[in-house]
Write a protein that binds this ligand. Sequence first.
Ligand SMILES: [Fe+2]
Length: 263
Amino acid sequence: MGILLAGLLLFSAGCDNIFEYSPYKAGVRVPYSDLNLKALKVLEEQSREAFAPFSVGVFGDTHTYYDDFEEQVARFNKQDSLAFIAHMGDLTLSGIYREFIWYRKISSKLKHPLLTLIGNHDYLSNGEFMYEEMFGPSNFTLVYNNCLFVFMDDIIWEKNVQDPDFAWLESVLEGSEHYKYRFVLAHIPPWSAPFSKGNEYYYNMLMEKYGVDLSLHGHTHSYTYGQPYENGPPYFTSSSSKRREIFYLDVKEDGFEIRKEDI
Ligand SMILES: [Fe+2]
């Protein structure tokens, strides 16, 4: 027994850090940091106090459809007057380092500021750590020309079946009535399987309670626009890059419009 204990002590003394490394830990340093935070800073400086019409480019679920993704970037670059571009999440397929780098390589060619949401695929392989390092917090807001944009991380299954952070969502919507329009962007639409029935109801209830004008999503890989619930706002879902479509949200004095462009 004494020999066994002495052996164990000797073994552990030589391996102080034996449990500090896990092959599942994404402790890789990415060469880019805080890209969303930097874009938000640019947009805050560009934004006007009072409302003025503007357009936002929208796409998402680029995954590993790199040829199509490049075409989408080229098409957005043909537009001179976009305020910014929103990526609706799933910038990777497997959440691995190389895919984050490829995403950056292609998206860095965009001439407009880019805000990137997190998608469920980006959580795989502990990819959320790379996302946070590369872009910043996964929940964030922007006020642009007196319009509120709420970017929400609503991933569930890949986050150990955690409910979306509705308390945070409510905290940013509370008292936001004075904005001309309020838009919420989140990767998964509430009717999609990761949402429980209760969460689906709750999400739309918050949209209705705070008078959100439009709820924008990705995840489904196909374009939809409509009013799926009796009450609450219209909902939009963007397609995947493979469909070779891009979208615009035109925000005008007398309303807003979603426009689809085939490439
Ligand atoms: Fe996807």
